[in-house]
Design a protein around this ligand. Structure first.
Ligand code: DC
Length: 220
């Protein structure tokens, strides 16, 4: 038996930070499904495969091996790609890659397999709706586009990347639109997910709220 906590929401809502802290505090396996899409995008870049080259994409998917280590490191076909999957070429390519049906089918299989027999907290866009529609706890984490843009700017600054607020806000709005209007498995709150707007909350407040919700469920 495994216990599944699903955390969905748009880019910049804080899913990564919250999931990591809750996983550490409750000893759950942390699964970042965005990283699996990033691995496929990186593999396609490395092998020079375009978005419409279905046969070549199929070949990549047939032999792809994604490992998520307990220390958060990600390995793609044996290579440590933890940093590479966060670089700009992947950032710019991953969103269209995530709309390809055969990619989603394969990753759905991989994501379910990763969770088999474990207690997991899994973050993404469609975990509560598609990957684990029967998840024990479902949370939809949101924040206003303006707040998410501010957070992303800070993150970029820490990484030494200078971006303008307007540019980041525009990019976030574009991604929201693409992620929520795509045909396959769009970003959408599951009907039974608990909605948390983190715009005016601190990280600790959100973490505590999520932990309380999980503990309430455990008691039942
Ligand atoms: O969370 P992230 O920025 O690492 O996600 C990268 C991309 O993958 C993003 O464009 C949305 C997509 N994605 C998805 O479609 N479904 C998921 N479960 C997770 C991510």
């Amino acid at each position: 038996m495994s216990f599944v906590v699903a955390i969905d929401g748009p880019a910049g809502a804080g899913k990564g930070t919250i999931t990591k802290e809750v996983a550490e505090k409750l000893n759950l396996v942390n699964v970042d499904t965005g990283a699996t899409f990033r691995c496929v995008a990186l593999n396609m870049i490395k092998e020079n495969v375009g978005l419409d080259e279905e046969e070549k994409i199929e070949k990549i998917l047939e032999k792809i091996n994604i490992e998520m280590k307990s220390n958060g490191e990600i390995f793609l076909n044996g290579e440590n790609v933890t940093k590479k999957i966060r670089e700009n070429d992947v950032n710019n390519f991953v969103s269209p890659v995530s709309t390809i049906q055969i990619v989603r089918n394969k990753l759905l299989e991989i994501q379910r397999k990763i969770a088999e027999g474990k207690d997991v907290i899994m973050e993404g866009r469609d975990i509560g709706t598609t990957v684990f529609p029967n998840a024990d706890v479902k949370i939809y984490l949101d924040a206003t586009p303006e707040e998410r843009a501010k957070r992303r700017m800070l993150q970029n600054k820490e990484k030494g990347i200078e971006t303008s607020y307007e540019e980041v806000l525009e990019n976030i709005k574009d991604r929201d639109k693409r992620d929520s209007t795509r045909k396959v498995s769009p970003l959408k709150k599951a009907e039974d997910a608990i909605y948390i707007d983190s715009s005016d909350m601190t990280i600790d407040e959100v973490v505590n709220k999520v932990i309380t919700l999980i503990k309430e469920k455990y008691k039942k």
